[in-house]
Structure formats: C-alpha cells, structure tokens
Ligand binder design. Sequence first.
Ligand code: UD1
Length: 455
Amino acid sequence: MPTPLPSGDEVDESVLQIWGKTRLSGHVTISGAKNSALAIMAGALLCPEDCRLRNVPSLVDVGRMSEILAALGVKLQRNGNILDINASQISQSQAPYELVSQLRASFFVMGPMLARLGVARVPLPGGCAIGARPVDLHVRGLQQMGADVQIDRGVVLARTRQQRLTGAKIYLDYPSVGATETLMMAATLADGETILENAAQEPEVVDLANFCRSMGAQIRGAGTNTIIINGVPKLHSTDYNIIPDRIEAGTFLVAGAATYSEISLSPIIPDHLTPVIAKLEATGAKIVMDAPDRMRIIPGSSIRPTDIETLPYPGFPTDMQAQFMALLTLSEGSSVITETVFENRLRHVAELSRMGADIRVKGNLAIVRGVPFLSGAPVVATDLRASAALVIAALAAEGQTTIQGLHHLDRGYEELEVKLQQLGANLKRVSIQTSPTEAEKPATSPQEAKVKPAS
Ligand code: UD1
C-alpha cells in the first residue's frame, strides 16, 4: 500500500514533555539526510523518466517539497522511505507562493526548471528565523549562464536567452550550499562547460552531484571548491540511495555526551562527522568505530569547555551549533561560540537561560559559562536546530521541561521521540489546547499548560 505523502499543512500544536537525568543506552538508526533529500527531490525535475529515491526521511519539509513538485505537475508516490518521482510532464512553470513561503529549500526548483523548460517562476523564499538568507548568488550565477532574471512583486522570473542555458565560469562570493546546488543542477543540461569556483563542499552537495551523475550528468570535483559540469542534452532514469543525516547523527552524539550515556548509531559516514567528533573529543567524550558505518560515544567523566566557530564544510557545521551550546552549558569552564554562517542564529540562548544556563551574547559571539546543573522549565523552540538543543538540555536537566514550537522539530527530525524512547528517555508528546498564536508563547509552568495526551 502506498503511504500517503506527509502534508506540509499539518502544523503540530503539541508540546514535548521531557523528564531529565535519565541515562540513555542502546542503538539508534539514523535516517536519510534532510538537506540531501530536499535538493535531490528538486533535482528529479531534471529527469524526464522515472526516478526512485531510497532512504527518504518522513519529515514535514519533505512533505512540503512533495507538494511543490505535485503542484508543478510531477507525479509522486511514496512507499515507506522510497519515493518515486516522475517529472515527464511539467505542466506549470510557476511554483505556488503558499508552499514556497513555507520552505526555503523550495527555491531549489528554480535551477532544474530553468534548465528543463527554459522558463521558471519562483516566489522569493523570504527570510526566516535564523537570518535574511538572500538568493543573490543563485540569481547572479543563472544570469552568467545566459538567463534573464527579473524580480517582479516578489516573484523571481527567469528565462533562458538561447534555447538552453550556456556553460559559464562562475565564482561564488561565498560557498553557499543552496547556490552551489542550484547552479550545479542548472548546468547539467546547459550547453557546454560550467566551472563553479569557491563552491560549497558539504556532503549534501556531493550527494546531489552523485544523484545527477546516476542520471547521466557529467560532474567532476564535487566535494572540492571547484566543480566542473559538462552539460548533456538529456538525463535518464535512476534508482538512488540518499546518504545518512550527519546532523541527526551529531545531535544524538551530543545527547549522549550531555547525559553521560553510551549510545551507538548507524548507518553513518564517519568522514561527514569529523568536525563534530573533534569537538566532542575536546569536551572529553570518546568516539569508537564498531563497524565502518557504526559508531559509539563513550562519555567522559566530566564535560570540558571548548571554543567553537561555525564555518562552511569541512569546518564546524552551523546546524550543530545550538546542540553544542546546550552541551557546553554543563561544562566545567567557559567556552566561546562564534556563529559566522547565519546572522541571527543564537535565539536559543534565551531559552537555555530559562533552564539556568549562563550565556552572554555579544554580536555573533556567545560566551557560555558552565553551570553545575540545568533545571527543567517551559521553553519555546525558535528554529529547527534550536529545538534539538532544547531537547538535549531537557534530557540533561533536573526535573521536567515542556517544549513548545514542535513544528520546527518536525521539519527535520524523523521520529525523534520514538528514537529517544527506544534509548530509554522519559518523554511524551501531548497536544495542547491553545490557539496557534498562544502556542508560540511559553506556558507559565508545565502544570499550567492545558494538556491532553496526543492521539
Ligand atoms: C543550507 C542548509 C542549512 C545549512 C546551511 C549552511 C539546506 C536545505 N539547508 O542552507 O541547513 O544551515 O546550508 O550549511 O540544504 N547567502 C547569501 N546569498 C545567497 C545564498 C546564501 O548571502 O544567494 C548567505 C546566507 O544568507 C547565509 C550564508 O550565505 O548567511 C550560507 O547560506 P547557504 O550556504 O546558502 O545556506 P542554505 O543553502 O540556505
């Protein structure tokens, strides 16, 4: 039986109640990478034949991307973690605003649509909680490849001047993941050679390149800062397996370190976790490999402080900054965390402080002074990775924490509660009887939140 596609409209109004100080143990299975899946789903627009994607996580963001593709006339069918996509007919060149506004990654459809149809209209995805997140690098690169691009009343309208895009030498001012992916996809069907310089090197960029290559695209250098794409007239059918999610894996490793728990994870690609492992070891934890795709964290006897600076890959990932901040609030000393990738990604500080953390923010720096313990409190998730940080803090804290704003969590973590429960964590999701606006505000105390068990 095909599984229904998860709907992006299903905004959760429940809260997560977590009773902390439980030692976790056991094994957790890591899902497919969200950021790969979103880009690869858009990449399937390049192919006029069947694409089978495996290891696709069941997430609200994946549901939203499915809805966007369906609105463009693409046929999708989901069966467990297999997603079949057939983009032989693209009936629409305009992505619907209501859907694009909910998912920034939906801008990824711009490159493939332009390459395939010669025209694409995509509403500007707008800013989000962690920063302005412009798309100027995407747009400038497409212009260099021969597209006329106009922005009219919030909609980016792009048309190719020739029948196809033309290869170009493009230097990215910043190694943007999204711009690298947009331009790499667009170049697969362009006329001639495209060279992307100062390209992003993230594993998800490599995964997208490998997916495109499995359809016959000619791409070299993905994973380095220079990617060379030789355009081909047409791509063909594929069956492709998405890589494991390094950020989900990193989140569980940090949860292990913060709760002094030994837990193992698989499947993982250890190289993708190098900066995360280095920082966990700096805090005193040990990471051992039990198999080439399976690792185990052995916690240290205490948590040592360490400084962190987020950077493009292979630097420390911004998507792990909030989780490490939660860990370092419990360290035996002071750590400086510098966020260089996004301008507004320290909003979890206020929520961690409600739990007793000692953190001072100066611009893009957070100075974290370790405290002996955190206390459970009602808190609100402000973005996806901030919600993961609050879960980690709650697991390590004394008493009960109630986390609101779970729609952020559900965007990017597949079955987080189930996985944590399997590790022995004491938590449950309960639905909350408040209006959507009230659901953004913390309840005065967990007891005062009007809760009923989630169905
Ligand atoms: C992707 C990831 C996100 C991750 C981020 C950085 C997906 C779906 N999301 O986001 O989880 O945190 O990479 O690793 O893959 N910028 C510009 N102009 C542009 C594009 C980006 O100024 O045209 C800036 C952004 O505002 C930001 C920085 O570059 O400050 C990095 O953004 P980028 O690498 O593009 O991140 P995303 O692709 O949006």
